[in-house]
Write a protein that binds this ligand. Structure first.
Ligand code: SF4
Length: 116
């Protein structure tokens, strides 16, 4: 697929995973940021992130893992001000405190979605 004009590795993984049931990890800006915040990787290169995170999860989880991270990154774990105080993953996240930890302040940062 990546030989098609305008189709890169990220798009190819989205299409393969969702339309054809071929597991793939979609590394966009949200996935990259969250994977680093969770301590799953320290890489910046999307292909290296894909490889390192892929080693941590069964292949069958890759497509939905991508959706979940991107969704969480869009709604809660933003680049500049993650809503740590309103985050359901706070107790598990090694980067808790990157954003405001006060619940009321953090709640105002959460986006309703679906996408932004
Ligand atoms: S605790 Fe903060 S840094 Fe960790 S996932 Fe939640 S919003 Fe992101």
């Amino acid at each position: 697929m990546v030989t098609l004009p305008g189709v890169g590795r990220k798009t190819a993984n989205v299409v393969l995973g969702n339309a054809f049931g071929v597991p793939g990890i979609t590394v966009d800006t949200h996935f990259s940021r969250l994977a680093r915040r969770f301590g799953w990787t320290s890489q910046d290169d999307p292909v290296k992130i894909e490889q390192e995170v892929g080693e941590l999860f069964p292949t069958s989880e890759w497509t939905m893992l991508s959706h979940r991270l991107i969704w969480h990154g869009r709604r809660v774990c933003h680049a500049r001000k993650p809503a740590c105080g309103a985050c359901t993953l706070a107790a598990l996240c090694p980067s808790f405190g990157t954003g405001p930890t006060d619940e009321a302040t953090a709640a105002k940062l959460v986006k309703a979605g679906p996408f932004s």
